[in-house]
Structure formats: structure tokens, C-alpha cells
Design a protein around this ligand. Structure first.
Ligand code: HEM
Length: 191
């Protein structure tokens, strides 16, 4: 959720479009956000996919071990070799994504690319038997949290920060990656 808010703050066009869609769809009179609301806001789902593409929390997934001899891209890999899958790099691979470093949720519109383990270019929750069992809970929490933040509040840069270009994007951690510097934004109640 922090990375999603960071990318939205850095990309005001996307923030505006998301808030317009959300407020136009849900109206301005809601006192709270419910689970049914989530299915009405398609653009928010694209934002979440794009956030997972650029900022997978577990960039190397869990280690795997080959069960038999395999050949990948001309390399011979013997049985019992530990394999790490770098989904962070896959998510930014210029061979797969156009303008990979840019935050463009629209790239997922009209595609069936999803993070449920079937699209190998987008694996923030891994895939197969050891895939994250907490995915439904994690996604619901991010959707509900983000939807509430965007529906009820506008977000402005803190005092002293002149442009969104100054927002720090450094990452920290090794097994799990988090944002190095805390995100600072000022909420302004919208309604
Ligand atoms: C946005 C939030 C989350 C992300 C990005 C995430 C991501 C992941 C990833 C990438 C894996 C390794 C999958 C693989 O190697 O194929 C994993 C494993 C796991 N996750 Fe999550 N996770 C999240 C939230 C949660 C939550 C909320 C729970 C529990 C309620 C959870 C429980 C687990 C468990 C138990 C495993 C180990 C599964 C195993 O070893 O078989 N995760 N997660």
C-alpha cells in the first residue's frame, strides 16, 4: 500500500484519474467503503497490478530445487540445484514490458495478465505449490485500504517539498523489500 501511494504521489495524472473514477462511481455520500465497492473500480485494480509489477515484496520468492536435469537457455542445470527466481527483474524486463520503469496502470487494461500465478511475467505472490496462501487476504487489504485513502482524502506533498520528483524511491532489505525512507504526504479531507 505504501508503494502504491508513493507511485500515485509521484504520478499525479494516475492519482487524478483514480480519484475521479472512484468518486464518480461511488458518489460522494459514502460513510465507509465496503467489499462490494471494490468490484466497481477497475482502474484501482490496474494500479495495484502495476504496483506489484514494480515493487514485489519478496523479489526472489522462496528458493526452489531442481528435481531432475533441466536445460534452460542453453544452460545445463543438474538435479538438486537451488534456483532463485528474480521476479523484481522480470517485472522490469524491457524485453517484456514497454517503458518498464514507468508507472502506467493502463498497460494491464484489456489483458488477462494477473498476479494469481498463471502469468509468469507478473509473480508478486509466486506460483505453484509454494505460492503465497495469504494472497486473497493481502489483496483485499490493499484494495480496501487504498480505496478508502483515495475516496476520502486528497493527498498533497509535505511542506518543503516542491515537486513530486523529490519523493525518494530507494528500497531497503534483501529477502523482503520495503521503502527505505518513510513516505510523507499530507491528507486533506475531501468530503
Ligand atoms: C502484499 C502482501 C503479500 C505478498 C506480496 C506476499 C508474497 C509472498 C510470496 C512471493 C511468497 C513466496 C511464494 C513462492 O515462492 O512461490 C509468499 C509465501 C507465503 N506467504 Fe505471502 N505475501 C503477502 C501476504 C501474506 C499474508 C497476508 C499471509 C498470511 C495471512 C501470507 C502468508 C504466506 C505464507 C505462509 C507463505 C509460505 C508458503 C509456503 O511456504 O508454502 N502472505 N508470500
Amino acid at each position: 500500500m505504501i508503494w502504491a501511494m508513493t507511485e500515485l504521489a509521484k504520478n499525479p495524472r494516475v492519482m487524478r484519474k483514480a480519484q475521479e473514477e472512484i468518486r464518480n462511481t461511488l458518489g460522494l455520500k459514502k460513510e465507509s467503503i465496503s467489499e462490494e465497492d471494490i468490484n466497481k473500480v477497475d482502474y484501482l485494480k490496474l494500479i495495484i497490478k502495476e504496483t506489484f509489477r514494480l515493487h514485489p515484496a519478496l523479489p526472489l520468492l522462496l528458493p526452489r530445487e531442481t528435481m531432475s536435469h533441466v536445460k534452460i537457455n542453453g544452460y545445463d542445470i543438474p538435479p538438486k540445484t537451488q534456483i532463485l527466481l528474480n521476479v523484481w527483474t522480470i517485472g522490469r524486463d524491457p524485453g517484456r514490458w514497454t517503458d518498464p520503469e514507468a508507472f502506467i496502470p493502463e498497460r494491464f487494461a484489456n489483458t488477462c495478465v494477473d498476479f494469481k500465478g498463471q502469468s509468469f511475467e507478473l509473480l508478486p505472490f509466486g506460483s505453484g505449490r509454494r505460492m503465497c496462501p495469504g494472497m486473497p487476504m493481502a489483496v483485499a487489504s490493499v484494495e480496501l485500504g487504498l480505496l478508502s485513502l483515495l475516496y476520502f482524502f486528497d493527498w498533497i506533498l509535505p511542506e518543503g517539498m516542491i515537486s513530486e520528483g523529490e519523493i525518494d524511491m530507494k528500497e531497503a532489505g534483501n529477502h523482503t523489500i520495503v521503502k527505505k525512507q518513510p513516505l510523507q504526504l499530507v491528507p486533506v479531507l475531501h468530503h
